[in-house]
Design a binder for this molecule. Structure first.
Ligand code: ADP
Length: 227
């Protein structure tokens, strides 16, 4: 059996630790995401799903517990090693697209590859292939402002896949879209995820979307329970 992409055990996180205003957000989270598995993370607003996704993607640090990403225990890694592991392993997509407004759709997918040392020609080819795979081949030259909300999110999804991650972390990726567009964008995302064998942890309020993933977990009282 191959190693899980993400293995979290007894993870805790509090903000304002040691102060009267301390908020314990995660109180012992256990979660394993296997290779190729797509897990829905369901949680009411404020439950800590962004905190959990940021820790899982090495953008934040837990107070206690263990975290293995792509088989590697992240405890004790230097900042540089954490950054390298994140770049190699994780792709992020958020509720808002966060595309760079002065660059085209294509360039937004090329730039993170160049930052990762990919050659210019190969980066352009990969970006074109990704855009085509989500039905946006004819929008490559458009800047984000000239794209619809659903198109912007599809480009943001392509950018998340630009460096061939093992794990996609998504925070309400279709939360800003109308139901029909949300359905289309989610469908395009899932086709790609399934086609590449990528693992994903996708936060959503939408139980219909959660039902289309392999399983769902709910963040409740600082821990995860099956849905
Ligand atoms: P969700 O994504 O589920 O809405 P978050 O992970 O953003 O929840 O936040 C969980 C709780 O932690 C909230 O009560 C929030 O106010 C608090 N929180 C989040 N980030 C910080 C921070 N940097 N400092 C203090 N409190 C925070």
């Amino acid at each position: 059996m191959s190693e899980p992409v993400l293995e979290i055990a007894k993870l805790t996180k509090a903000y304002n630790r040691g102060q009267p205003s301390e908020i314990a957000v995660l109180k012992g989270v256990d979660l394993t995401v296997e290779q190729g598995e797509v897990v829905a993370l369901v949680a009411p607003s404020g439950a800590g799903k962004s905190t959990l996704l940021h820790i899982a993607g090495l953008l934040d640090v837990a107070d206690a517990g263990t975290l293995r990403l792509n088989g590697q225990d992240v405890a004790g890694l230097t900042d540089a090693a954490r950054t390298a592991l994140r770049r190699e392993t994780v792709g992020f997509i958020y509720q808002f697209h966060h595309l760079l407004p002065e660059f085209s759709a294509l360039e937004n997918i090329v730039l993170p590859q160049l930052a990762n040392g990919v050659a210019n020609g190969a980066a352009h080819q990969k970006a074109e292939n990704l855009l085509a795979s989500v039905g946006l081949a004819d929008r490559a030259a458009h800047r984000p402002a000239a794209l619809s909300g659903g198109e912007q999110q599809r480009v943001a999804f392509c950018r998340a896949l630009a460096n061939a991650p093992r794990l996609l972390l998504a925070d309400e990726p279709t939360g800003n879209l109308d139901p029909d567009t949300s359905d289309t964008v989610f469908g395009a995302m899932m086709d790609q995820v399934r086609g590449t064998g990528l693992s994903a942890l996708i936060a959503t309020h939408n139980l219909d979307l959660a039902a289309r993933m392999d399983r769902a977990v709910r963040l409740e009282g600082g821990a995860l329970v099956p849905v």
